[in-house]
Design a protein. Structure first.
Length: 290
């Protein structure tokens, strides 16, 4: 009887080890991800938030040869990664390939990507709300990544593909009273549609896209922001409209909206808004958005 018990115990021990090894192996083959934001982060947030989602692709190498990203037929195709507040997870388990891979990611998640080199994307014309963040397009790529021992997450560091315009208002020495709270700011004569090349992480304005007006996001009564498709604006056309006290003021200015850059226009107001005209001076600045 004692011998039987010992034999059964040994069998149970072996079965237990076998299950543990299988579970460990399965876990080690699963890909995990670490996603990083640019220094100035997303358009409206200081970091990724719960329920944020990105599109993910993985392209296998053919031996030592790097293969191109395609609409379909990649190792991973437009997998949805969702953030739960602390980590990222796909809608299904994703496992490492035996070959090295290039990983591509786009934020926000794109439900359907019908073209890799000529993907249409537009910024919102009304960005005083959810349209502002929805216009922000982030891109990340990390190349030639293989499964490691011990397993390491795939690091994806994002950068901004669009441009950002900031309009700052300030009272000049001759401005009387307080700047009104009913100010609305628009961007004129900009192409709001672009064409994205996911292989390069680049975007250009749509050559056939029409000119539109963008309502900027009102951060407060002195600061307005908008995401803009990279493009050049000539001075001969109005760029910014500031409406206050029922009077609209058009500002003409030439500006080259560069991808991944913040362009700040400091507007100094003089005289009283109750009068028919306000003297305006512009002081532009530019800094890296990434």
């Amino acid at each position: 009887m004692k011998k039987t018990i010992l034999i059964l115990a040994a069998i149970m021990s072996l079965a237990s080890c076998s299950k543990e090894e299988t579970a460990t192996k399965k876990y080690s083959d699963e890909i995990s991800f670490s996603l990083g934001l640019p220094c100035q982060t997303r358009a409206t947030a200081t970091g990724f938030e719960a329920d944020d989602a990105v599109s993910l692709y993985a392209v296998e190498y053919d031996g030592d040869t790097q293969m191109p990203l395609q609409v379909g037929g990649n190792y991973l195709n437009n997998e949805r990664l969702t953030f739960d507040g602390s980590s990222w997870a796909a809608t299904r388990p994703l496992y490492w390939s035996a070959n090295a891979c290039d990983f591509y990611a786009m934020y926000p998640y794109q439900a359907s990507i019908g073209s890799i080199e000529n993907y249409p994307f537009s910024v919102a014309t009304n960005q005083d709300g959810d349209g502002y963040e929805a216009s922000d397009l982030l891109y990340a790529v990390t190349t030639n990544v293989s499964k490691s021992d011990p397993i390491q997450p795939v690091n994806l560091d994002f950068r901004h593909m669009m441009s950002k315009l900031v309009v700052k208002l300030e009272k000049g020495p001759k401005f009387e009273g307080e700047i009104p709270d009913d100010i609305v700011t628009h961007i004129y004569n900009t192409t709001t549609s672009g064409r994205v090349d996911w292989t390069k992480g680049s975007v250009e304005k749509d050559a056939f896209g029409g000119k539109n007006t963008i309502t900027m996001k009102k951060v407060n009564s002195l600061r307005f922001e908008a995401v803009v498709v990279p493009q050049n604006i000539e001075k001969k056309t109005p760029l910014i409209e500031i409406t206050m006290g029922g009077i609209a003021y058009l500002l003409e200015y030439s500006l080259s909206f560069r991808p991944g850059y913040v362009h700040t226009v400091n507007v100094t107001l003089n005289t009283s808004p109750d009068q028919e005209q306000i003297e305006i001076s512009i002081d532009p600045e530019q800094e890296n958005w990434n």
